[in-house]
Design a protein around this ligand. Structure first.
Ligand SMILES: [Zn+2]
Length: 310
């Protein structure tokens, strides 16, 4: 086996749909085509929204598709102590502070601009320099602080293995971002960086909707002393009206599709959308490994107009 370690990292907040399957298949193919390992991690931090039966369902769907993995699955919901350790290390560098802003305050600050890539407001730094007395006042009012990470006025850049150069100035385009919500939930950004490092992941393949958060993750890797994995971001699957395929499209859930199609038929369709087959033909993921090349995968989003006729 090579030193390449890829990962499948589904968020089991509902049934898997075609978009999830597309991303998982390509992450799996990229690692396997290099002779690498594939690890499975269930991103179930928000446990009330990600009950265990969904995690089971995701694994059944992956197996049905013919995707395998080389570890005992890791569950983010069981790794809180590790995330807390990471926060302690950042606090020791004086990089964290509590933010007591309400949602309304966050959206009404005079210094806030909209982040160009994410459309999320850039945090204006309202709580950055609170005194101990001001913090005590908020706590006395019963407000619980979220933990924000100080970001530098600095550009973080990467060369995405599929989409090319990407960069963002963290202070101007992102702002200090939350690592632990006021209700105690760890942020995706922290958990994904911490887990990729702990699991030895060298290659991250995921939808391009996550490209804008990559500079934040590069910064977190730097201040936590982790190495940077390679990133390859994928085009998204879109419904004919231009919206991203989502878990709301119940008829495009793998569970529903598995009643109408064989797994090899669906893998053939996904492989065709990925540019690896000229036309959809029944195939297993293993059979697609020799066909895989990033040069064949489209960079533009893929509009899903027709499903295979079985
Ligand atoms: Zn604040």
């Amino acid at each position: 086996m090579s030193d390449v370690t890829g990962r499948l990292a589904p968020s089991p907040s509902g049934e898997m749909h075609l978009g999830n399957a597309f991303a998982a298949l390509l992450a799996w193919l990229s690692a396997r085509a290099q002779g690498g390992r594939v690890l499975l991690r269930l991103e179930d931090l928000d446990l009330p929204r990600c009950p265990a039966r969904y995690s089971q369902g995701v694994m059944e769907d992956f197996r049905w598709l013919g995707l395998d993995w080389d570890n005992d699955p890791a569950y983010q919901s069981q790794r809180s102590a590790y995330y807390e350790d990471c926060l302690v290390r950042l606090a020791a560098q004086d990089l964290l502070y509590p933010c007591y802003c309400t949602r309304r305050e966050l959206h009404s600050g005079p210094t806030e601009a909209s982040a160009p890539h994410t459309a999320a407001p850039v945090y204006g730094g309202r709580c950055r320099a609170l005194t101990a007395a001001q913090r005590a006042d908020y706590e006395a009012q019963g407000r619980r602080g979220a933990l924000r990470l100080r970001v530098p006025d600095q550009v973080y850049a990467l060369t995405d293995g599929h989409l090319g150069p990407y960069a963002a100035n963290l202070a101007r385009e992102v702002g200090d971002f939350i690592l632990r919500r006021s209700d105690g939930l760890y942020a995706y950004q922290l958990a994904v960086v911490a887990d990729d490092a702990a699991m030895g992941v060298t290659e991250v393949v995921r939808g391009r909707d996550l490209l804008p958060s990559t500079p934040q993750q590069l910064y977190l890797q730097e201040i936590l002393g982790f190495s940077h994995p390679e990133y390859c971001h994928l085009p998204l699957l879109l419904a004919p009206d231009g919206r991203r395929l989502s878990k709301r499209e119940g008829d495009l859930s793998l569970r529903a599709l598995s009643k109408r199609y064989k797994s090899t038929e669906l893998v053939g369709v996904l492989g065709c959308w990925a540019g690896l087959l000229d036309k959809p033909a029944p195939v297993t993921p293993q059979e697609l490994v020799p066909e895989f090349s990033w040069g064949r995968v489209p960079r533009e989003d893929i509009t899903v107009t027709d499903l295979p006729s079985s």
